[in-house]
Design a binder for this molecule. Structure first.
Ligand SMILES: NC(=O)c1ccc[n+]([C@@H]2O[C@H](COP(=O)([O-])OP(=O)(O)OC[C@H]3O[C@@H](n4cnc5c(N)ncnc54)[C@H](OP(=O)(O)O)[C@@H]3O)[C@@H](O)[C@H]2O)c1
Length: 297
């Protein structure tokens, strides 16, 4: 089987490499051609036009930023005209509403569609240890789970299209909220002059502890947000997606709206491309030096 892989960004590239390592034939597309170089260098077929990849393969995997990018690449012409007989596996983070709308358009064009968003980041993508959540029919799950096992050994069928997208947004709401809550407590104890290790020792031994705290602790202490696995702009995007979807419920979403404001401050401070632990600097800004004070005044 030959697979069309559309979108070789931070996550798409290591995921495509997983397929390659399993000797699955690929044809790859990315809007920015330079990002395809690691694949081209090992002999992967590259195309400048997504419809060429779609027409060459029964299966089309998408790992794109958002629904706008998916529409741009998959549902505009000439791509749309090549969807008949193709199965689209959409793996990016979008809302359940968006996923269902895209499914309907793919089906209207004669294709098939399932969603398979993932939990985990670049290291997990490289190791094939992503948690793959599938929204589709049991038949689709049975047909495609062997392929999806290259990304994570135990893909989970959540339910119909939209259900996996919903679980993914629920999990990312937790990433944003837990990280923000941790950054606030960490900043507070630092400013109170309390030894961080003592605070962490108590936290680690308590029911409040989440492993993500230790994953982000050093970055926050050092304010080192370089080499991001998951940039602040994407966490803000996912938080916006959660809020958009949750607004159609009667849930009180004021806590995540507060988190959203903090992420927006981080982005406005020039940290959009930085690791999302940069939200620490939005909560606990560094004292400005004299030059910075002059530019603010
Ligand atoms: N990074 C993570 O840890 C992580 C984990 C789980 C899920 N996700 C989700 O997975 C998806 C991809 O994430 P990523 O980290 O790989 O993002 P990324 O590095 O920013 O890559 C995004 C991809 O989408 C393409 N793209 C964006 N806008 C486009 C447009 N208007 N037209 C055509 N192509 C467009 C980009 O092309 P260019 O290269 O030309 O910009 C790139 O191929 C997102 O939905 C993200 O939320 C990410």
């Amino acid at each position: 089987m030959k697979v069309a892989f559309l979108g070789t960004g931070l996550m798409g590239l290591p995921m495509a490499q997983r397929l390659l390592d399993a000797n699955i034939e690929l044809i790859a597309y990315n809007r920015t051609l330079e990002k395809l170089a690691p694949l081209r260098d090992v002999g992967v077929e590259i195309t400048k036009h997504p419809h060429e990849a779609i027409s060459a393969c029964e299966c089309v995997i998408l790992m794109l930023t958002n629904a706008a990018a998916i529409r741009n690449i998959l549902l505009s012409e000439p791509s749309r005209s090549h969807l008949a007989g193709r199965t689209v596996i959409q793996m990016g983070t979008i809302t359940p509403t968006e996923s269902k709308a895209i499914r309907d358009e793919v089906i209207a064009a004669g294709g098939d569609y399932l969603e398979a968003p993932v939990l985990g980041s670049i290291p997990e993508a490289q190791a094939g240890k992503l948690i793959v959540m599938v929204g589709g029919t049991p038949e689709q799950f049975q047909k495609w789970s062997k392929l999806l096992q290259h990304f994570g050994s135990e893909p989970l069928l959540i339910g119909s299209v939209g259900s996996a997208a919903a679980v993914k947004l629920a999990l990312n709401q937790l990433i944003a909220s837990l990280s923000t809550a941790f950054a606030l407590s960490l900043s507070f104890v630092q400013l109170q002059g309390i030894e961080v290790e003592l605070f962490m020792q108590i936290l680690r031994n308590s029911a409040l502890y989440a492993p993500t705290f230790d994953k982000k602790l050093q970055r926050m202490r050092d304010r080192d947000y370089s080499n991001p696995n998951f940039p602040t702009k994407h966490l803000l995007k996912d938080t916006d997606l959660f809020i958009t979807e949750a607004k159609s419920t009667n849930l009180n979403i004021s806590s995540i709206e507060g988190v959203r404001n903090i992420l927006e401050v981080a982005v406005n401070r020039g940290l959009a491309e930085a690791d999302y632990s940069a939200l620490f600097s939005a909560i606990n800004p560094e004292a400005l030096n004299n030059d910075q004070m002059d530019s603010v005044l």
